[in-house]
Design a protein around this ligand. Structure first.
Ligand SMILES: *Cc1c(COP(=O)(O)O)cnc(C)c1O
Length: 377
């Protein structure tokens, strides 16, 4: 495979330091007692990144494992679950909740903007008899970030346990787990964290532990059963052998993030620059509001098709950007400016290539994307 500039909303570019860390010698993670401390040290770094005192776990599976494990472990047969939905991942959460017996109500809203906190609040005033609520911080396909800083404290007020999919925001957007009262927060190694795909990061509150450890019936799963993790450190026991090389990489990736205290500002500034350049050129973004700082979703101009843009980007410029799936398939292209992708030089090169591809395909642009971008960032 050729080396390409990877500008997708995950997996993102993985630094050489992280790749080198992954090549460290392997020990036996079950029988080398030092590995338990190494795993715990990695969790402690993640806690710092998430601003939480809650337990953190690293699960050996890509982000989806975290979503399913949270639903499997927290939800019991006929538990009332509120699924807060304004996009593909938000809606999909409802399916996981149903799979594990949840009695799911959807609070569905406009897919082109962030969740309306006031509407949700008035809905909850009338209906708050839920045990669990699921929600998504950044809807990666549509490029929308939801105000979980306002939503989670409201859920908390009603005693509803929140499960937040922060897979594509964690590390790129502000995320204050304790201050915002998030019970379960979920991240993935391959998005802003910029480690290879393969790990879930999961923060879990005492209230969530309490529900998990006091179920009427056991969790109907092994791999997704969080209760098995309750005393992993004291017992020096993992439910299954840990992906040690991936954890070496993750530890290094989180270190890099903790060293960089301008990371959230950089995401905000460069994301705004990308949006301004695209809009001033006359292109249309998918969201009407609630723009994500980690991914930008652009409507495919009517004179060209999605596949042509992606193919030209890859073949002529060696740059991989994304399309999307589900109802957005063939309608949008996406630039992932998250984690290690989120540098001015990389976005300049990417926008310059998009500019050339669109002009070659007879799309009229009112300015040069890359020039406008450097002008405004
Ligand atoms: C990437 C991502 C996940 C993990 O899903 P995959 O499609 O398997 O990568 C979950 N939630 C969100 C919001 C994501 O962006």
């Amino acid at each position: 495979m050729k080396n390409k500039l990877l500008m997708t909303p995950g997996p993102t570019y993985v630094s050489e330091e992280v790749r080198m860390a992954m090549s460290k010698p392997i020990t036996n993670p079950d029988f080398d007692i030092d590995f338990y401390d190494y795993y715990r040290e990695t969790c402690n770094k993640i806690k710092k990144m998430l601003h939480t005192e809650n337990d953190v776990l690293i699960l050996a599976g890509e982000g989806i494992l975290g979503l399913e494990a949270a639903c499997a472990s927290l939800i019991e047969q006929d538990d009332k679950v509120l699924c807060i939905d304004n996009g593909i991942f938000g809606k999909g959460f409802g399916d996981f909740a149903k799979l594990y017996g949840g009695d799911v109500t959807f609070f569905s809203s406009d897919y082109t903007r962030e969740i309306d906190v006031e509407k949700l609040e008035s809905f909850l005033q009338e209906n708050h008899d839920y045990k669990v609520a699921t929600l998504v911080h950044c809807e990666t396909p549509s490029g929308i970030t939801n105000p979980i800083d306002k939503i989670c404290p409201i859920l908390d007020k009603y005693g509803i346990i929140s499960i937040v999919d922060a897979v594509s925001s964690m590390g790129g957007e502000p995320l204050e787990v304790d201050k915002w009262k998030i019970d379960i927060v979920l991240g993935g190694s391959q998005k802003c964290i910029s480690a290879p795909p393969g790990l879930t990061l999961l923060g879990i509150s005492d209230r969530a532990w309490n529900k998990i450890m006091n179920r009427n019936k056991p969790v109907p799963s092994f791999y997704c059963n969080l209760s098995l993790w309750k005393n992993w450190y004291e017992d020096k026991w993992f439910p299954y052998t840990q992906s040690i090389s991936d954890i070496y990489g993750l530890n290094e990736a989180v270190d890099r993030m903790l060293r960089d205290d301008s990371i959230v500002d950089r995401h905000r500034r460069l994301a705004r620059g990308v949006r301004t350049a695209l809009l001033e050129a006359g292109l249309e973004l998918y969201p009407d509001s609630g723009f994500s700082n980690t991914v930008t979703t652009i409507m495919v101009p009517s004179s060209v098709d999605c596949k042509t843009i992606l193919d030209d980007m890859a073949n002529d410029y060696n740059i991989i950007i994304s399309g999307a799936f589900d109802y957005l398939k063939d309608k949008v292209i996406r630039i992932g400016h998250m984690g290690e992708n989120c540098y001015e030089e990389k976005l300049y090169i990417t926008l310059k290539a998009i500019d050339s591809v669109l002009r070659k395909r007879n799309v009229t642009l009112k300015c040069k994307l890359h020039n406008k971008f450097v002008e405004v960032v």
